[in-house]
Ligand binder design. Structure first.
Ligand code: MSP
Length: 647
């Protein structure tokens, strides 16, 4: 196995302050870095900022600043956020640093020495938002497909990179290294893009000067994407030679570039062809995750729905935010952010499952084993089962993390959390105490405490402060050695006689009043929104009329798309009956199926069943909004039981 691990995030543009999209990639990278550290590898985790290019230049001017002033300001915002989110990077690179610019020039020169750079003229439609040219066929309406703004026609002398030369070599590389672009759907996208034919790439600009000059021709600045991508090796101090210098030879090629799907082509086509030309090894993996929408809508300044991470941390704490982002959506897929969903997970999984487990086990130990870790006796079937579940969680959570399946890793850990809660119910320490079966009582308390230790270690990469608080309550000092995967894989790591230190509850429940106030605080845009059409007035009804309606809290157990429909989803909803009900809902444009699982929706249960696209629906999910992408479901923020009647 590889004994080093090099993980990177994109370097973020400084024309904008950080939002949860940026936080998402960075948290994922931090979890990977922490996990690999705990597995004993030498880890390098790099993040940073992308500060050159026309976009930054324009944004700075608009605010009456020089670009470097704007960059200096915004970089501090990023750093402050990473600090609050407990992001432990090893290096932070800024593209305006000398150490970076030097490497960009070296790389450019090396590619030029290979005969892969020539001078030509470029004319095209340019989007400063993307820092990219488009062809007329790509954009028949002359607008940027991403930013929807009219493109600018630009013509300039430009250096070109012979990207076309590397088409076959790159295809072969992807074929031979199926892990190179992940997930699979992204690999397919990239292979078809390459098969359509790679054209030479314009890699310099003369229309502005905020960038790294082309060596020997300073009228040109190097294309901002080449500048930006080079950060992955400039931060390792690549010295221009094949071996590359100390850090480079130790950590390159990167084990993974974590990115959002928006910048896949730059990482899976431009960057590798550049490296091929330079004769440098390609990164082992480029993993593109999906995009977050907010209550089903695209996150954008004009919709005033950008989720500001500092406010989220103030409201819920850094660990809850870290947990939610990785638990809610399978890495690789798009997902939807909503406060009710976040509150639901804090209450159900963090407060009820995890927080309660710690509190009840430590309380029992205080009462019956003098607040210390007892010496266990012989294990019975019940304990053996707990140990099995514990060891399985250790193994499976690691496997899922190796595959970037963060939500699955958390699910594996939660199997142990739930099992440990069940174990406490079934083993009944209070009865054992009453009956004077002290040896058995000691075994039960020991194994319950030991499962908490295992959970603490496994959770550490995801929620470092929470895990450290858990381990300190168990009387451990959460240092590197305690956190090692090797130790956690051996049941019995807690030493008898260790003094416990009961502390504050991990996650207090968010009670309904607090939930309501949070929803109000975070919903200014919604409050100001006008209904798409004023609803027509309807005749009054009596309370008896309303009582005919069977409205219930429905807990969404699973959800999937209905084939051949982009709008319809098939949900299995628990409404307190023996079996969940199948419900068809037309919300597929606004919500991904995965984002609905675990939510508490409002379901009309006694509507006559109907068939939609051949699928029977036994109930109607309530929602509001103009429809399509802009529909918002009604849901409960509190922890209500499935099937609770609504009145
Ligand atoms: N500067 C370039 C990247 C250069 S890397 C050599 C850039 N910067 S960015 O500030 O726009 O950040 C883009 C990245 O932010 C995405 O790839 C993704 O990691 C993250 N996200 C931005 N918005 C997002 C969502 N709505 N959802 C999830 N992640 C998002 O592009």
């Amino acid at each position: 196995m590889n004994q080093t691990f090099y993980v990177t995030t994109p370097i973020y543009y400084v024309n904008d302050v950080p939002h949860i999209g940026h936080a998402y990639t960075t948290i994922a990278a931090d979890v990977m870095a922490r996990y690999h550290r705990s597995a004993g590898r030498e880890v390098r985790f790099l993040t940073g900022t992308d500060e050159h290019g026309l976009k930054i230049d324009k944004a700075a001017r608009a605010q009456g600043m020089r670009p470097i002033q704007l960059a200096d300001q915004v970089v501090e915002r990023f750093r402050a956020l990473w600090k609050r989110l407990d992001i432990r990077f090893d290096d932070f690179i800024r593209t305006t640093e000398e150490r970076h610019q030097r490497v960009v020039q070296r790389l450019f020169s090396r590619v030029r020495e290979r005969g892969d750079i020539y001078l030509g003229e470029y004319e095209g439609l340019y989007c400063t938002g993307c820092e990219e040219y488009f062809t007329e066929t790509q954009v028949p309406d002359g607008r940027c497909p991403l930013h929807q703004r009219p493109l600018e026609r630009m013509k300039e002398k430009s250096y070109f990179f012979r990207m076309s030369r590397y088409q076959e070599a790159l295809l072969r590389h992807i074929e031979e290294h199926p892990d190179f672009v992940q997930p699979e759907i992204r690999r397919n996208e990239i292979t078809s893009f390459i098969r359509e034919g790679l054209r030479d790439l314009s890699v310099s600009r003369t229309s502005f000067s905020w960038g790294v000059p082309v060596p020997d021709d300073p009228a040109h600045v190097i294309y901002v994407w080449i500048d930006a991508l080079a950060n992955y090796i400039s931060a390792l101090g690549w010295d221009g030679s094949d071996s590359g210098g100390e850090l480079f030879s130790r950590f390159w090629p990167a084990d993974v570039h974590l990115i959002g799907k928006d910048i896949l082509r730059f990482h899976a086509v431009y960057w590798p062809t550049f490296l091929l030309s330079a004769g440098l090894p390609l990164p082992r993996r480029v993993y593109a995750h999906g995009f977050w929408t907010i209550n089903g809508e695209k996150m954008s300044k004009s919709l005033r729905n950008v989720v500001e991470p500092h406010a989220l941390i103030d409201a819920y704490g850094a660990d809850a935010v870290r947990f939610f982002l990785l638990r809610e959506v399978p890495f690789g897929l798009d997902g939807d952010f909503s406060h009710p969903a976040l509150i639901g997970r804090v209450n159900a999984e963090l407060a009820n499952d995890l927080g309660n487990l710690l509190r009840r086990v430590v309380t029992v130990a205080e009462k019956y084993t003098r607040g210390e870790v007892p010496t266990p006796g012989a294990r019975e079937g019940l304990e053996q089962h707990l140990v099995e579940v514990g060891l399985r969680a250790v193994k499976e959570s690691a496997e899922h993390l190796e595959n970037f399946q963060f939500h699955r890793a958390l699910l594996s850990i939660w199997e142990l959390v739930r099992e440990a809660n069940r174990f406490m119910d079934e083993a009944g320490p209070w009865t054992l105490h009453k009956e004077g079966r002290l040896e058995r009582l000691n075994t039960v308390v020991y194994d319950a405490l030991e499962s908490l230790r295992v959970i603490g270690v496994l959770l550490h990469p995801f929620m470092p402060s929470t895990a450290e608080a858990m381990l300190s309550q168990l009387g451990l000092r959460p240092e590197q050695a305690e956190l090692s995967r090797e130790r956690v894989a051996r049941w019995g790591g807690l030493a008898a006689g260790t003094l416990l230190q009961k502390g504050a509850p991990l996650f207090p429940r968010i009670e309904p009043e607090r939930a309501q106030s949070l929803l109000g605080q975070f919903a200014p845009a919604a409050q100001e929104a006008k209904p798409s059409q004023p609803p027509p007035e309807k005749p009054q009804i009596a309370i008896e009329d309303f009582q005919k309606i069977d409205l219930r809290v429905g807990l969404v157990r699973s959800a999937e798309r209905i084939k051949k429909s982009d709008k319809l989803l098939r949900l299995m909803v628990d409404v307190g009956e023996a079996e969940p009900r199948q419900v068809v809902a037309g919300i597929g444009k606004a919500y991904t199926p995965e984002s609905l699982v675990g939510r508490r929706i409002l379901l009309l249960c006694n509507l006559k069943p109907a068939k939609l696209m051949g699928v029977e629906s036994r109930g109607m999910l309530l929602a509001a909004g103009p429809g399509g992408e802009r529909v918002v479901i009604a849901e409960f923020a509190g922890d209500l039981a499935a099937g609770e009647s609504v009145h």
